[in-house]
Design a protein around this ligand. Structure first.
Ligand code: FEO
Length: 171
């Protein structure tokens, strides 16, 4: 049985994962209308991943005697100045999520809820992968700069980046 404190903390994370899914869906739309199909597909997949992160938490809360709450969500940004700006935001967002997971682990430990602490280790490992992947992509974008030809090739190659830098992406 989850304590109220843990239930509240997990529900907060459910909302963060749901909002992450929306953030990447919005990035997918922007990339798609800009004509970068590879980037758009990558973002659609990221959005699906976040939804999966959310569902895993929802099921855990409900199975442990809590009640997962489905709330309204903050609207994500719809337009980005450049691809570099968009990928910088993706990286910053993943750092924010990692921080939030760390706090959650801390709460579970404080409450001596070792089952939740154990459950959260999957998220700790996942965040290492997500951060590494976002950083790899951002490094590439920084190398390309404003070069249109480079961006075209990047759009083609991003599928490959996701496969080689992260085993988590296609789960
Ligand atoms: Fe669910 Fe990208 O963290």
């Amino acid at each position: 049985m989850l304590s109220k404190n843990i239930e509240t903390a997990l529900n907060k994370q459910i909302r963060i994962e749901a909002e992450s899914s929306q953030v990447y869906l919005s990035m997918a739309c922007w990339a798609e209308v800009q004509g970068l199909e590879g980037v758009a597909q990558f973002m659609y997949r990221q959005s699906d991943e976040e939804r999966m992160h959310m569902l895993k938490l929802i099921k855990y809360v409900n199975e442990r005697g809590g009640h997962a709450s489905i709330t309204d969500l903050k609207a994500p940004k719809a337009v980005f100045g450049t691809f570099k700006e968009m990928f910088t935001e993706l990286y910053q967002h993943e750092l924010f999520v990692s921080n939030s997971i760390n706090e959650l682990v801390h709460v579970a430990f404080d409450e001596k809820d070792y089952a939740t602490h154990n459950f959260l280790q999957w998220y700790v490992a996942e965040q290492i992968e997500e951060e590494a992947q976002a950083k790899t992509i951002l490094d590439k974008i920084n190398l390309i700069g404003d070069d249109k030809g480079g961006l075209y090739l990047f759009d083609r190659d991003i599928q490959q980046i996701t496969v080689t830098s992260s085993v988590g992406i296609n789960k």
